[in-house]
Design a binder for this molecule. Sequence first.
Ligand SMILES: Cc1ncc(COP(=O)(O)O)c(C=O)c1O
Length: 376
Amino acid sequence: MPVPLLDLKAQYATLQDELDAAIRDVVESQYFVMGPQVVGLEEEIAAYTGAPFAVGVASGTDALLIPLIALEPKAEEEVVIPSFTFFATAGAVWNAGFRPVFCDVDPDTFNVTAETLEASMSERTRVVVPVHLFGQMAPMVEINRMACGHEGVLVMEDAAQAIGAAQRDEGGAMRRAGAAGFGAAFSFFPTKNLGGFGDGGMVTLFDEDFSDRIAKLRVHGGRQMYHHEMVGTNSRLDALQAAVLRVKLKHLDGWAEGRRTNACRYHERLKEVAELRLPVVAEGNHHVYNQFTIRAERRDELRAFLSDREIGSGIYYPKPLHLQECFAELGHREGEFPVTERLCGEVLSLPIFPELGEERVDEVAAAIRDFYGYGG
Ligand SMILES: Cc1ncc(COP(=O)(O)O)c(C=O)c1O
């Protein structure tokens, strides 16, 4: 049977009555913008992540952009980000008025490390952005320690793909993504582990004044209508999305367990395939597998082979950010970030969604084994 990369209809089918009722309630209230559903979700996400403040915005991109704008960048100030991530991380830095400075990543976890970030820092660095790629947190204890050695440098998590991911902190307790830096950005794009019925995002923060600034910037720079303390924008989270997300949030940890079970089964089935490198979970990390991403020899041939068998897969990401045309003026060259460049030619994300089930994991694994000439 065909195996899609992601099947959102399967998730909807399990919660249809609850979701439809939540939407109907909003429609009946005719309270579509901000209001109690948004405030409710903000409180629930703050409690879930462990960060004291949460501000809903229109997308994950805005959840990165608005806090960066709130820092009021000065000319030539820099933000260090990985070259191996989704474009939004770099786009937000650029659009906020900072200069994006790229860094390389670890070849096993796909994440930045304190060392790769620090290697790209200068006296102009104002912020570093560890991206918790594919649902696994970057090493925040080491990154925060490193940043502390650079006066005034803030650590902002790009947690767009990692809601529910956690990591052991210095004291040995598990700390969730969103509560491990100065602030964090989440995306509720439908393909995320907590996905809405459209765009949505959230910023989590520890600083009340800064959180207040972001709450103002998302509604044209003021809390009181027609009184503007600063020039903001319209980046409100809509009430229908908040209502959907509040229903889904209750199931998030269960879904993550489903993803982790699938990941375990892939590991079991694929461990002997020498042509692959399976995803590595760093010590102390709770991975929530927004993507299950392997490194594969002859990746493009493997992908075509899977596609012929109606098995979906994805390439996240095919081209490093430092080599994107729009950043040509930054003057980067091929070879500057070798791990990122290599990963772009090797990575392949396999179906991992929670409703996938053992049988389909086995089917995908069997097809991969077949491709490389391993028995069933
Ligand atoms: C790492 C990363 N950062 C930022 C974003 C932006 O989120 P959104 O698509 O909700 O704007 C995404 C989402 O795709 C992402 O994967």
